[in-house]
Design a protein around this ligand. Structure first.
Ligand code: R1P
Ligand code: MN
Ligand code: MN
Length: 416
């Protein structure tokens, strides 16, 4: 009986989703396209140079998993002589390619219903919804009311927001209602209260998340979003492995955005941290303290928020390399009976059009629990992770997913 550590690299897809075409994402490949851009010298800067270098993830089988997912090695990468982990690639069966769907499926609960979406690119929200929000929150009106990238819209409308007191409301290809407001001129607590009002008013619309997007700065040239973002998610549709562990007396340590994503369901302790280094530090210190039958789960959000949605390929590459460089610290702290899973919740290919997520397979890199190195093959749902966690943590089986602990790794099917 022991511990599990799950690191979710937010948006780190590895291509190859069989249903990508249904999402307009056929050919999207977050890892593959970042590697290709690096190999061609397009990501050279003061931050980094040359081909994508992820030696520690590679030893866990990342590039092998990507090759099994797409049929080709990522361009320019160094394939390790030896793989020490069990690796696979998983497709998503949830209807959406958003963060809560991906995460809940990882935790054993796919989202089979359709979320509500605001499809219209302009005048996106129903007038009666906005009128109710303005009335209940005593607002002079709202700005935005469209699909947008969050950084672009505060640059465009932030000054008008400060002058008028009207918050900026916007959405995306995800099931979200986002509210951007200045931390000082509008007020952070007031923004949170507004989001709670919106959460209540959105009940009939089946929207996954309301997101508070506070920012600071004096003018369009220097508006910056802060770490005080807060997500108001609905609850998972069935008990996830986090909740099963909590009910069974185990410990669930949620780091970064995890508690928000799971609407606090099943979380016994929350560690907030901002930035990947701080998230890794928090993960390492959680490992020092985590007792028997505990799950430590961390979401590395900057891959998605700072680089994927911003279509910043070089930034994504540098962030991957920085993450990789810290992995040995984590590996050194693992006990023999710990189970480590490194995965992702969806793709967000920084070379893709628009600014939305991309439907992709995700890597499933596993170390521990007596698993021999080798391929775990094509996993038919992210829920295989939740099922494996349940088995490892001594819980009753989940309704979905096949444990990879029960089916040991196979030789790489693509090996010569
Ligand atoms: O462009 P920003 O505000 O970062 O928003 C992105 O973040 C949201 C939640 O992950 C997504 O729906 C996408 O719209
Ligand atoms: Mn995500
Ligand atoms: Mn996102």
């Amino acid at each position: 009986m022991t511990r599990a550590i799950v690191l979710v690299l937010d948006s780190f897809g590895i291509g190859g989703a069989p249903d990508a075409v249904d999402f307009g994402d056929a050919g999207a490949d977050t890892l593959g396209h970042i590697a290709a851009a690096c190999a061609r010298g397009q990501c050279d800067s003061d931050m980094r140079r040359g081909p994508l270098a992820l030696p520690h993830l590679a030893r866990l089988g990342l590039f092998h998993a990507h090759r099994e997912s797409t049929g080709a090695w990522a361009e320019g990468v160094e394939v390790p002589a030896e793989v020490i982990g069990a690796y696979g690639h998983a497709r998503e069966i949830s209807s959406g390619k958003d963060t809560p769907s991906g995460h809940w499926e990882i935790a054993g609960v796919p989202v089979r219903f359709d979320w509500g979406y605001f499809f219209d690119l302009e005048d996106s929200f129903p007038p009666e919804l906005l009128q109710a929000l303005e009335r209940e929150a005593d607002l002079p009106g709202v700005l935005g009311n469209c699909h947008a990238s969050g950084t672009e819209i505060i640059a465009r409308l932030g000054e008008e927001h400060m002058a008028s007191g009207k918050p900026i409301v916007y959405t995306s290809g995800d099931s979200v209602f986002q509210i951007a407001a200045h931390e000082e001129s509008f007020g952070l607590e007031r923004l949170y209260a507004l989001c709670e009002t919106a959460r209540r008013l959105l009940e009939p619309y089946n929207i996954g998340r309301v997101i508070a997007r506070p920012f600071v700065g004096a003018s369009a040239a220097d508006f910056t979003r802060t770490a005080n973002r807060r997500d108001y998610s609905v609850e998972p549709p069935a008990p996830t492995v986090l909740q099963k562990l909590e009910s069974d007396g185990g410990e669930v340590i949620a780091i970064g955005k995890i508690a928000d994503i799971y609407a606090n369901c099943g979380v016994t302790r929350t560690l907030k941290a901002s930035g990947h280094d701080a998230l890794m530090d928090a993960t390492l210190s959680a490992l020092e303290e985590a007792g028997e039958r505990s799950l430590v789960m961390t979401n590395f959000v900057d891959f998605d928020t700072l680089y994927g949605h911003r279509r910043d390929v070089a930034g994504y590459a540098a962030a991957l390399e920085a993450f990789d460089a810290r992995l040995p610290e984590l590996l050194a702290r693992l006990r023999d009976d710990d189970l480590l899973v490194i995965t992702a919740d969806h793709g967000c290919d920084p070379t893709w059009h628009g600014s939305d997520h991309t439907r992709e397979r995700v890597p499933v890199l596993v170390l521990g629990a007596g698993l021999a190195p080798g391929s775990l093959g094509a996993r038919e749902t992210f829920a295989d992770i939740g099922q494996s966690l349940a088995e490892h943590l001594g819980l009753a089986p989940m309704a979905d997913g096949t444990s990879f602990i029960a089916s040991p790794p196979q030789p790489d099917p693509l090996a010569a």
